[in-house]
Design a protein around this ligand. Structure first.
Ligand code: FE2
Length: 484
């Protein structure tokens, strides 16, 4: 890597969804208009539209690119068959199952496989042809995309590296994206991925429908969660390089390639509000319960791609970051539940607080619409022990995430038949035994809790005292018909 391409040498523009402009050469942007008869430096003007021309102003996305040669200058596209078995945007014939699913870490290929060849579709819904729905992929790679770029006409890629930092070159500039960060490459943007650590693994949420946006904050107020200023857009960078270059174009899940005689990263200047961007998940400001009860995981939403139904996403990107947990009288891990939304989870590092075993970095799990799930047996037993009431910090080296979607996923055959699928996943809940005791009373429960904390002084107003008072009140009501 040249010094000018070192991660610390890259420059970014801060903010989310802003109108930005960037020049790699002074005065490369036309003054006062988008498309003059001749552009500065003899550049070609080219617009990239991320929404229909007539989309409402608040949603309208487009950028103007000023480049050495226009992107139309290429040989005809031809179908590219190499990854057809692993990449798809057609889920009409996908596998449907209500079972809980989990995969152990996906293997990094031993042979030379780049980011595009290493894309492996797990599941999805809807279709790229109707620009509705999504796909979820895993990528594993061991090689750079040498003189090759990808443009995805099907939608936006939200890339979540889990292993190995990525050097992402785009028409808008270059980004360094390490595990713990994400980047979004929006529909149609040409980009190329180099591996800074020689190998890489991660997850991709592809949205066919809308673009990602920040979630509304409601009563939280105007700050918190993912703050807009922490999203970074690359600055203009170009190379004027003659070479045998391959442009790969993805359309309805199929790949096509075209040859051209120059690098596509020849944009000297650009302006607009349709750009790639990155975000450091360590900058996420979590909001959580400070008294009791476990909030819904939506409190950790980083980005959302809305559906036409208010408050309901085609897909949300949610993280479970390191944080203090202080809720008392509370079962602190995620509660047992069944959800109208389907949940795909991955683990970037560490140990997720709902699964003591089996959910590993680089692996994944999927719980579809109304499929019951929750903490495994070991986690439940630990979280209901008395000592679990202490204020704690979830391990600082743990970072899990979830793609949560309203559209029930259909799985690819390759995902269902993958050698790393965990066919014994269901057994992590089999040990959940009945604790039902029909003779239970509040005072007995409190006495048991006190005995479990034997040796500790029970202060006035303690759970034992409160339980005894409550029990007396209940017994008094039972003695009086209708509670009178
Ligand atoms: Fe869940």
């Amino acid at each position: 890597m040249t010094p000018e391409a070192a991660p610390e040498a890259l420059r970014y523009l801060a903010g989310f969804g802003n109108e930005c402009q960037s020049e790699a050469l002074p005065n490369a942007l036309p003054e006062g208009q988008n498309n003059p008869r001749t552009c500065p430096y003899g550049l070609y003007a080219e617009q990239l539209s991320g929404t229909a021309f007539t989309a409402p102003r608040a949603q309208n996305r487009r950028s103007w690119l000023y480049r050495i040669r226009p992107s139309v200058t290429h040989e005809p596209f031809h179908p590219l068959n190499f990854p057809a078995e692993t990449l798809t945007a057609d889920f009409r014939h996908g596998v449907i199952t209500p079972n809980q699913l989990r995969w152990r870490p996906f293997a990094i290929p031993e042979d030379s496989v780049d980011f595009v060849r290493g894309l492996f579709t797990i599941c999805g819904a809807g279709g790229a042809d109707r620009k509705d729905g999504y796909a979820i992929h895993v990528y594993t790679a061991s090689a750079n995309m040498a003189d090759c770029c990808l443009a995805n006409a099907d939608g936006d890629f939200l890339i979540v590296p889990q292993l190995g930092a990525l050097f992402v070159t785009t028409e808008f500039g270059r980004m360094h994206v390490a595990p713990g960060e994400i980047c979004v490459i929006q529909r149609g943007m040409r980009f190329s991925v180099d591996l800074l650590d020689g190998r890489a693994r991660g997850y991709v949420l592809e949205i066919f429908a809308s673009h990602f946006q920040l979630p509304d904050l409601g009563p939280i107020g105007s700050n918190g969660l993912a703050n807009p200023r922490d999203f970074l857009t690359p600055t203009a960078w170009y190379e004027d390089r003659a070479c045998a270059y391959t442009v790969v174009h993805k359309l309805e899940g199929q790949l096509f390639s075209a040859a051209q005689s120059f690098s596509p990263f020849n944009v000297v200047a650009w302006h607009g509000n349709y750009t790639p961007y990155k975000y450091d998940l360590a900058k996420f400001c979590p909001v959580n319960a400070v008294s009791f009860d476990h909030p819904d995981p939506s409190i950790f939403t980083v980005l959302t791609a809305p559906s036409p139904i208010p408050g309901t996403a085609v897909a949300d990107f949610v993280i479970f970051p390191p944080r203090w947990v202080v809720a008392q009288h509370t079962f602190r891990p995620p509660y047992y539940h069944r959800n109208v939304m389907s949940e795909f989870m991955g683990l970037i590092r560490g140990v997720y607080d709902a699964k003591a075993d089996g959910f590993l970095p680089g692996g994944a799990s999927l719980h579809s619409c109304m499929t019951p799930h929750g903490p495994d047996t070991k986690t439940f037993e630990g979280a209901t022990a008395v000592e679990a009431e202490q204020i704690a910090h979830l391990p600082k080296d743990t970072l899990a995430f979830m793609f949560e979607t309203y559209y029930t996923p259909r799985l690819t055959c390759q995902a269902m038949g993958a050698p790393n699928i965990d066919r014994n996943y269901y057994q992590c809940w089999v040990g959940l035994k009945s604790h039902f005791d029909p003779s239970w009373t509040p005072s007995k429960a409190a006495a048991a809790a006190q005995s479990a904390t034997a040796g500790s002084k029970v202060p006035a107003g303690s759970a034992v005292e409160e339980a005894a008072v409550l029990e007396q009140q209940q017994q008094s009501q039972q003695r009086q018909p209708n509670g009178k």
